[in-house]
Design a binder for this molecule. Structure first.
Ligand SMILES: [Zn+2]
Length: 111
């Protein structure tokens, strides 16, 4: 009886290891390049993209970029970050921080 349990135990461990290795090595390519980033980190990435866009295109702090304008500065594939909690981002002017519509999300004003 003990042998059966040992064999079942090792079968389960092997199955778990196979599943984990398949997830790590195989088709586990993140579709969201911002995966793991908090909302505030995403807002900072968006703000950095706005600043770089403004520098490259000689814009002032009062200019308002569109998502299309800054998507090349956000990620290699041009994905637009989405709030992990489901908030909606507003770009705003170059001179102000981007905003998230989710209550309590946002970059503190002194940063
Ligand atoms: Zn958010």
């Amino acid at each position: 009886m003990f042998r059966v349990f040992v064999i079942l135990f090792f079968l389960c461990v092997t199955a778990v290891l196979l599943i984990l290795s398949a997830a790590l090595l195989g088709g586990c390519t993140p579709k969201d390049p911002f995966e793991g980033c908090s909302c505030i980190t995403r807002l900072r990435i968006i703000d950095g993209a706005k600043q770089n866009w403004a520098l490259d295109h000689h814009k002032t702090t009062n200019d308002v970029p569109t998502w299309y304008d800054i998507r090349g500065y956000l990620s290699r594939r041009g994905e637009i970050p989405v709030c992990p909690a489901g908030g909606v981002y507003t770009l705003g002017r170059v001179g102000e921080q981007p905003k998230c519509s989710y209550p309590g999300h946002g970059v503190p004003p002194d940063q």
